[in-house]
Design a protein around this ligand. Structure first.
Ligand code: ZN
Length: 427
């Protein structure tokens, strides 16, 4: 990344109940590639509040930038983001919010008036003395005009909102953007409307961000189309959480929200790897809750084990064709799987009744979808199940078998194994 184009800092999730902003920042972090210039993203600034779906579990973080006691539980986080803002390489700061209704300089209706915040670009003053991007008002106008070219509905129209913070706006004087200006850094607040769905808000946030990038000469590519349905898919598809160094990887796009039952984990270790910055696992007594942004996706009981790391895969006949299946993988089977036995290791297809149901080791036997009791599935579609490997009492690893008929695969080329997703994990 060359340094001829500027370096933009994007902040999402300063308030925990504004999912449009942190979802946009999360997609920016995971599905965009910046090809010119630099973008640093903090997608989940107030992560504990995000998990709790609360504006701020320790008060409003965006009122903590004028002064803050060292005893404040968020003191360290606020100091860290302040250090990033001050850092000499940052040229411009964009702080993402979801606001109520639709800001309009004129009173149009209860939802569209000067006291609303949604669908606006916020500036603290019109101009500002900075080497670049000091022309706050004109830049904000450029961005709103650009976004207004691709509105989903006329009433979503964006406006520039100048809070005139320096003229005695005491509330706004406590915010991140005003702090930035005080340090000589141009900064904008980006607001999408809380009246919109999360996908729609995210669409407008990304539209604003891309307009800023265009203005600043930042070049980028993204892996999805910029429209609300594609964004909805991008936010829900291909999200994974891995445990025990990815010996278990759970696909979460259609995960059962009810308890998943008992899942083996290494003793008292719920360290996870994720492929989204707004995804995490929170231990709660002997349970683990998987959170994605404002949503708790699922819960399971931790079945504490010692872990045997002597092997990293099993050989599996998938519809009769042998494959090397690593722990953490998903195998797609149309008909059946059969796990080749390995001396000293035991196979447990969770929830399957195989043969007479009395086997302790379910290797070297065909396992069909009908063999599984649906309540053991990890997804709502009841098509995906866990296959766990043990060595005596120690846990070795898990792979997921997903049964699906061929027409659903939709590709002609063989794609029976998705390899673990490790490359996406652990960012
Ligand atoms: Zn906000």
């Amino acid at each position: 990344m060359e340094k001829t184009a500027p370096h933009i800092l994007v902040v999402g999730g300063i308030q925990g109940d504004e999912p449009g902003g942190f979802s946009a920042a999360s997609l920016l972090a995971t599905k965009y590639t910046v090809t010119k210039g630099t973008v640093t993203i903090v997608p989940n600034l107030n992560f504990l509040s995000i998990i709790n779906r609360d504006r701020g579990i320790h008060g409003d973080m965006n009122r903590k930038f004028a002064s803050l006691k060292k005893s404040d539980p968020q003191y360290d986080i606020v100091c860290r983001i302040q250090d990033m803002i001050i850092s000499p390489e940052i040229d411009l700061i964009l702080n993402l919010h979801d606001g109520s209704g639709y800001y309009n300089p004129k009173y149009i209706s209860k939802l569209q008036n000067p006291n609303r915040w949604g669908n606006s670009v916020i500036i603290d003053q019109d101009t500002f003395d900075a080497p670049q991007f000091g022309d706050l008002g004109n830049i904000a106008s450029f961005v709103t005009q650009n976004v207004n070219k691709s509105l989903m509905e006329k009433k979503h129209e964006f406006h520039v909102h100048n809070t005139r913070t320096g003229e005695g706006n005491k509330e706004m004087a406590k915010t991140l953007t005003w702090f930035a200006l005080g340090k000589g850094k141009p900064a904008f607040g980006l607001e999408a409307s809380k009246s919109l769905s999360v996908a729609d808000r995210t669409y407008y946030h990304l539209s604003m961000l891309e307009s800023f990038f265009d203005y600043a000469g930042i070049e980028y590519t993204r892996t999805f189309e910029l429209n609300s349905p594609s964004i909805k898919t991008a936010l829900s598809d291909n999200i994974y959480i891995g445990f025990v160094e990815n010996r278990l990887v759970l696909p979460l796009n259609d995960v059962r929200s009810k308890q998943l039952g008992s899942i083996p984990l290494e003793k008292n270790d719920v360290a996870c790897s994720v492929n989204s910055p707004i995804l995490t696992a929170i231990p709660h007594n002997n349970y683990v809750q998987v959170h994605y942004g404002n949503n708790r996706l699922t819960t399971f009981k931790a079945d504490w084990h010692e872990v045997d790391r002597s092997i990293d895969h099993m050989n599996v006949l998938v519809d009769g064709v042998e494959q090397r299946v690593r722990f953490g993988d998903i195998v797609f089977a149309e008909d059946s799987i059969s796990v080749n036995s390995r001396e000293g290791y035991r196979v447990n297809a969770i929830g399957a009744v195989v043969g007479n149901g009395l086997r302790v080791d379910e290797s070297d036997v065909k396992i069909y979808r009908k063999d599984f009791q649906q309540r053991f599935s990890i997804n709502n579609e009841a098509s995906a199940y866990r296959v766990e490997i043990y060595r005596e009492k120690k846990y070795v690893g898990t792979f997921i078998v997903k049964y699906q008929s061929m027409p659903e695969i939709k590709v002609a080329s063989p794609l029976p194994v998705v390899k673990g997703k490790e490359s996406d994990l652990g960012r």
